[in-house]
Write a protein that binds this ligand. Structure first.
Ligand code: OAD
Length: 243
């Protein structure tokens, strides 16, 4: 199933970069966004829930929707794909994991160097000041109020129409252009600028590999496509590289 030249190249690689998306957490029971029946955006509208405008219009709805997702994430456990990625960190001299996921499951699986492009749902920040807040008084307000300025608290994730975190984006771009092998796993390659990273890796001469049961805009350009669930394909791939 696995192209022998890919195994050889990975076994010899010094610099490997991985971009993950919601598909990597699907087998942990965390819903993806764009899968046609089960994706969050099939049931909810991002315009109502994932923009600063939506939050200003209905902060309670947005807070409660994220509270529901936070609960799902808290109950989820890392799956074999997360664990394989944590092991990859120990297999290559230079390994960078970049994720669009906000669920923190990579860190819970043991990954230590994770660039989070879209924030982390387990963190909370002040809507006005942007500062991360770790505790607040429960007054019954929904959303709760910032202990510093009294403004609304919000999840520390990147919403549509918001800027990407600059340091993370720079690190991600650097790791994507400097690697020998780039793996794009469980992402629809639809949301920019994260979706540009595999194409930057291609332009810089990296071997680009996609793991996804469905085709994406990257599929035709990738050197190797491994169609299948990340939690099945990745552990098998890593077992071959390790040996
Ligand atoms: P999507 O929901 O757009 O794409 C998930 C991808 O995972 C799809 O291509 C699926 O085919 C694939 N997939 C599903 N199950 C899989 C499995 N078991 N193994 C491997 N792949 C699987 O999610 P993202 O690409 O992560 O942003 O979405 C990018 C961004 O759009 C998210 O970070 C979020 C969303 O709107 C914000 O909220 C800002």
């Amino acid at each position: 199933m696995f192209p022998p030249d890919l195994i050889r190249q990975l076994a010899a690689a010094k610099r490997v970069t991985v971009l993950t998306g919601a598909g990597v957490s699907a087998e942990s029971g965390v819903p993806t966004f764009r899968d046609t029946r089960t994706g969050l955006w099939a049931k909810f509208s991002p315009e109502d829930l994932a923009t600063p405008r939506a939050f200003r219009r209905n902060p309670r709805l947005v807070w409660e929707w994220y509270a529901w997702r936070r609960q799902l994430v808290a109950e989820a456990k890392p799956n074999p794909a997360h664990l394989a990625l944590a092991e990859m960190e120990t297999l290559f001299p230079h390994f960078q994991l970049i994720t669009q996921n906000v669920d923190g499951l990579h860190q819970r699986a043991g990954s230590r160097q994770v660039v989070e492009l879209h924030g982390n749902i387990t963190r909370t920040k002040c809507f006005d000041e942007g500062t991360v807040v770790s505790s607040w008084k429960e007054t019954g307000d929904v959303p709760p109020k910032c202990p510093n300025c009294g403004g609304w608290l919000r999840p520390d994730v990147v919403w549509f129409e918001e800027a990407m975190p600059q340091a993370e984006m720079e690190l991600a771009a650097e790791a994507s252009t400097a690697c020998e092998v780039f793996l794009s796993i469980g992402t629809s390659t639809a949301v920019y600028p994260a979706a540009s990273l595999p194409f930057e890796a291609l332009r810089s001469g990296a071997t680009v590999v996609e793991i996804n049961p469905q085709p994406t805009p990257l599929t035709e350009r990738a050197h190797h496509t491994l169609p299948g669930a990340a939690g099945v394909v990745l552990p098998e791939l890593i077992a071959l590289v390790r040996n």
